[in-house]
Design a protein around this ligand. Structure first.
Ligand code: URA
Length: 276
């Protein structure tokens, strides 16, 4: 492993992300060897012979250290195309949808996974939920080109006889793709992250409670402030209810305040119930 890391360093790679299995392996190794610790006890029963070794593609994501952000993100995108941990699940579709927007953005918005329209256009947030998000950004005075838009899962979750229907990713699909969003955050280093919905809450913050009970406060991911709010598709499902709209808007106002963006009185009053 040391030789591998040295070789990576020699070709300019400064970060290596490990998937959960590799992390667990290192934890076990550390526990077994740290401070005179004992090796793990030998298994009581004889182990089955290991399966024949087959050549497997790498599952360690290398995050390039050199070059500008766009070049480093392009190197990540290339790895996502062939990302074996996701492809091996067999539950995600084949088209990879990476990210869109500005690598130098102050605001990074993170959703769950591409849907039908995103897969068709190979761009995140272009379907009906994406159009809602675009309108929210415009209300904040921002265009899509000024922010960085990405998803936790880079492939559309598959369903039997799938047409235009989408489903949320499951925990295995989230875990398989998670190294990418973490690497994207490490490269973009936005001033603020907006986590949209439950999958983003789980992937970025490790939180699994309902968004409604978690939102409305600040969290942190790798030293970057995170505001968790409703997924825009939730607003589409409750079009007549002002409450989630106002809640999402209050989260966006909190982001604007934190970034010291100008806010008009009109903006402050959006989605408040009309006084009688
Ligand atoms: N929903 C998401 O979470 N991401 C997309 O890209 C589209 C819809």
């Amino acid at each position: 492993m040391i030789e591998f890391l040295k070789a990576e360093q020699a070709r300019g790679v400064s970060h290596v992300l490990l998937d959960e299995d590799a992390r667990q392996g290192l934890r076990d190794l550390y526990r077994a060897t740290a401070k005179g610790g004992k090796s793990p006890p030998a298994p009581a029963v004889p182990q089955a012979a290991p399966p024949p070794t087959v050549e497997t593609p790498p599952v360690v994501l290398s995050v390039p250290g050199g070059g500008d952000k766009a070049a480093r993100l392009a190197a990540l995108r290339e790895q996502a195309e062939h990302w074996q941990p996701a492809r091996a699940l067999g539950t995600l579709r084949g088209t990879m949808v990476f990210a869109a927007g500005n690598p130098d953005a102050k605001i990074m918005l993170v959703g769950e996974a591409p849907g039908y329209e995103e897969e068709r256009q190979r761009e995140p947030f272009v379907g009906s939920a994406g159009q809602k998000l675009t309108r929210i950004l415009q209300t904040m005075g921002l265009s899509r080109d000024e922010v960085y838009l990405s998803n936790i899962v880079k492939f559309r979750p598959a369903t039997p006889r799938q047409a235009t229907n989408n489903r949320p990713p499951n925990p295995q699909e989230i875990a398989a793709c998670l190294p990418f969003i973490h690497a994207e955050v490490a490269i973009v280093r936005p001033a603020c992250i907006v986590a949209l919905g439950a999958t983003a809450a789980e992937g970025l913050l490790g939180l699994t409670a309902p968004v409604a009970s978690l939102r409305g406060t600040w969290y942190e991911h790798n030293g970057i402030p995170v505001r968790l709010t409703h997924h825009p598709s939730y607003l589409l499902r409750s079009e007549l209810d002002l409450t989630p709209k106002r809640q999402l808007w209050e989260d966006m106002l909190a982001v604007m305040e934190r970034l010291e963006m100008p806010i008009t009185e009109k903006q402050r009053g959006f989605f408040l119930p009309k006084s009688q």
